[in-house]
Design a protein around this ligand. Sequence first.
Ligand SMILES: O=C(O)CCC(=O)C(=O)O
Ligand SMILES: [Fe+2]
Length: 311
Amino acid sequence: MGSQTIKLPTIDFSEVKQGTHTWELVKSQVRQALEEYGCFEALFDKIPKGTRKAIFDALKELFDLPLQIKLKNRSNKPYHGYVGQLASLPLYESLGIDNALALGKIENFTNRMWPNGNPTFSEAIQSFSKQLSELDQIVRRMTIESLGVEKYMDEHMESTDYLVRMQKYDGPQTNETKFGLTSHTDLNIVTILYQSEVTGLEVLTKDGQWITVEPSHDSFIVMIGDSFLAWSNGRLHSAFHRVMMTGNEARYSIGLFSIPKAGYIIKAPEELVDEEHPLLFKPFDHVQFLDFYYSEAGRKLQFALQAYCGA
Ligand SMILES: O=C(O)CCC(=O)C(=O)O
Ligand SMILES: [Fe+2]
């Protein structure tokens, strides 16, 4: 028997408006996909076609900058500044913009990379982040409604900032497949990824099969992180995923990550805890958890959140 090709569910957000029948329909698709796969492919037409092309031109231009310029992007949080030149991940490079939707952040980043400015770059990234933050919020609203815990909606929606991170994976220059990024779950709330036309992203299903997520210029990959899994007391799944590279061509991707603010304590609503669903994680601060995750001890663990605050 040949192996079956499985595909992530595709969910269409183009007609979605709160209070309509479509909202209810899409909401149940979102809940189902997040329970079963922890992710899905989203069709979202708020991003103009021109912006989509501009994004990948901008990413190429960014990563083509000299290393000493890229190193100027510093952050006190791991994986938020410049990452690259790692012996363990030789194909990988990334640049992050912390709190990207706050006024001036994307422009400051742009000016650090291009001291004479680069409005094309900053406008493309700005427009991308702003539009996709709408998708992030729709997905989170739908999820919280479907969990029946609307009374926590405002608190939850206000508990996060956005990180924008741009990735480049070099082609390994061989037909052998090499890791671009090793298998991991995301740690945040929701991740939205947009990938260039070079294949590489793979997602692990609950029954242990790797699905290749074929790139499409018209869709975005929406994925749940461990913090949302913890908040939902395990109602949502967070998927292991990785990037596998082959051949000569570089792959680019850009992600919008909603991340709990420092000092905010992630705690599953009591309505989601009962005999059938005992509390899975003790309340925790995401930023303190990150310190543990990137420590010597944390790095060795498959599911660090469990070790850190498993109840
Ligand atoms: O480049 C990608 O498509 C995946 C990136 C990723 O998984 C991450 O940055 O957490
Ligand atoms: Fe990831």
